[in-house]
Design a protein around this ligand. Structure first.
Ligand code: NAD
Length: 551
């Protein structure tokens, strides 16, 4: 792509922007594009198929220039990766407002999106790619770890020890799967069509072994499973061929899922297409390619349902594979559930969701200090303590040092205020940003994922993420984003993100307290409205005012 060059965020406590409220988005935009972080930085692609941080390099340069000079009462508007204006606002307002990939209902289809993208009028923002709070594979690792932990608790007595998980996809998000399984003491067999992706996860410490053949992969996994040892094995192959083959061989998978880029048929490799021809073929004949990839997904999902029929725990991990397989002609695609209704919804009812932070100093000691602070704040939360310990030992940083954990209503604000105090006292060497991804309680409408099977049938109501973005804007977040499509594809979700800068000032402390109270509160309210008793208890405990319930 024209203008491509290596980019890294600045480190240290000296800034080039006029305040930390603008230095932070500047560093985070650059951090997303760090070659250690992004999957294809030259194309501005961070993760998730074509999830971009900026529309083109000229837009990137313009955003860097603008953030460097933006005043504390100004707000930069970003329309799908391009800075379109700077407006006079006020110091409580976000410094950046972002809207990515939105299309009006009847036009919200992949072909129309691609037409507009080719004209240079929009970009795919995924979730944290276009909202500049991607922290590498650790982000999804934590959510994946929580998902496997919840699954293990429900089905296997609290551990995956002696259990085999079969899955596919070792990309930016999918690459977390092997480590999330081994952190839960299980064995993972991961199919990936691109050897470079397998190598990247091996080099990054997310994957233990790279098997030379399927026979070797199965042998390694069977041995470790029998011995009760944790192990992850990557093997090169096409999931739509390898999964049916594993089923045919009678490999007894305990858990089956998938994280190929199925949300976009052009990002899923069809049967009998060479890796080397993928890009060219998809670009030149998108309709034919999509039809072939949907047929292949149908075969892939048919094998997953075969494992389900055999008694395995099978779930969709938020990539629209079931939808595309159904479009490819496989009728039973929805026989297995999405991961949110299966394991995560009770956590959402407690206002729980991702809480991630990044040390703008670039100093890993700042993350070590914040890790210790989180453990001190929540001593009773043993699973949090286990995660923080394991993450400290086993998760390599990509780009600026960062951490993620899941915290609920009444917890996120306490942690945020504590971090701000640590910046003020000099315990941390520079400010931190606190944000979240969009796999969250109140910020997403996604009927194939976060809002699948809501108790009141309100899965597709998209008012909630918009309210969430408005609330975060009104509460003092440093940048706020709304996205369309995200992890599941055009036409299938709306979601909102927020990031708040802890710069150690009293004003930042007030903003953080409000944002990190109100952001999860929208999720609790959303679940109370849908009729979840557990959410009602959370609302009561935290004195949330919900007119239709309080009266
Ligand atoms: P990515 O594009 O970085 O990686 C996808 C990987 O799948 C690539 O390595 C690709 O080579 C591989 N692949 C494609 N077709 C294949 C096939 N037929 N057989 C084997 N491998 C194949 O994407 P990512 O960032 O890893 O995201 C994966 C999916 O997860 C996306 O659909 C994304 O939208 C979704 N997602 C889920 C969540 C969640 O919370 N569960 C969050 C974000 C994204």
């Amino acid at each position: 792509m024209e203008g491509a060059r290596p980019v890294r965020a600045a480190r240290g406590s000296t800034r080039v922007a006029r305040s930390w409220q603008t230095e932070a988005p500047l560093r985070m935009l650059c951090n997303n594009l760090d070659p250690d972080v992004a999957e294809r930085p030259d194309d501005l692609v961070i993760y998730g198929g074509t999830g971009r941080a900026a529309r083109d390099w000229a837009s990137f340069d313009a955003m860097v220039r603008t953030l460097t000079t933006l005043a504390e009462d100004e707000t930069m508007l970003v329309q799908s990766g391009r800075p379109v204006g700077v407006l006079r606002t006020h110091e409580w307002a976000p410094r950046v407002l972002i809207a990515n990939s939105h299309l009006v209902g009847d036009w919200a289809t992949w072909p129309e999106f691609r037409r507009l993208e080719q004209l240079g009028l929009t970009m795919y923002g995924q979730m944290t790619a276009g909202s500049w709070i991607y922290i590498g594979t650790q982000g999804i690792l934590q959510g994946t770890y929580e998902t496997f932990a919840a699954l293990a608790a429900q089905r296997f007595g609290g551990t995956l020890r002696g259990r085999l998980v079969v899955t596919a996809g070792l990309g930016g998000m999918g690459g977390a799967q092997p480590l999330a399984v081994t952190m839960n003491d299980g064995v993972a067999l991961v199919v990936e069509c691109d050897p470079a992706r397998v190598r990247r996860r091996l080099d990054g410490g997310y994957l233990d072994r790279f098997a030379g053949s399927l026979d070797e992969a199965v042998r390694m996994c069977e041995q470790s499973r029998a011995a009760g040892e944790a192990l992850s094995v990557g093997v090169v192959g096409n999931a739509c061929e390898v999964l049916p083959e594993l089923l045919r061989r009678g490999v007894a998978a305990d858990v089956v899922t998938d994280q190929t880029s199925a949300h976009d048929p052009l990002s899923y490799l069809p049967r009998e297409v060479d890796l080397a021809d993928w890009g060219d073929y998809a670009a030149k004949k998108p309709d034919e390619f999509s039809a072939r990839s949907r047929e292949s997904m149908a075969e892939h999902v048919e094998a997953m349902v075969g494992f389900l029929d055999g008694g395995a725990e099978v779930f969709d991990y938020g990539n629209s594979l079931r939808v595309e397989a159904k479009a490819g002609g496989y009728e039973r695609a929805f026989d297995y559930p999405g991961f949110v209704p299966a394991y995560i919804r009770p956590l959402f009812c407690a206002g729980k969701g991702p809480f991630r932070w990044v040390a703008l100093s670039g100093d890993p000691r700042d993350i070590a200090a914040t890790d210790a602070a989180v453990l001190e704040l929540f001593p009773e939360n043993t699973s949090l303590a286990r995660w923080i310990r394991l993450a400290g030992e086993r998760v390599p940083f990509q780009g600026l040092p960062a951490r993620i954990c899941w915290l609920g209503q009444g917890e996120r604000d306490r942690a945020g205020v504590r971090f701000n105090d640590m910046v003020a006292s000099g315990e941390l060497s520079a400010p931190v940003v606190i944000g979240r991804d969009h796999l969250d309680t109140g910020s997403v409408a996604s009927p194939y994922r976060e809002t699948e099977s809501m108790a009141d049938g309100s899965d597709a109501i998209a008012d909630w993420p918009l309210l969430n973005a408005l609330v975060n804007t009104a509460s003092g977040a440093s940048w706020v984003s709304i996205h369309h499509g995200g992890g599941v594809g055009i036409g299938r979700s709306l979601h909102a993100g927020q990031v708040t800068v802890a710069d150690g000032t009293a004003l930042a402390g007030q903003k953080i307290e409000r944002v990190l109270t109100n952001d999860p509160a929208t999720g609790v309210i959303r679940h109370v409205d849908a009729g979840y008793e557990l959410a009602r208890t959370t609302a009561h405990t935290h004195s949330l005012h919900i007119p239709m319930v309080d009266t």
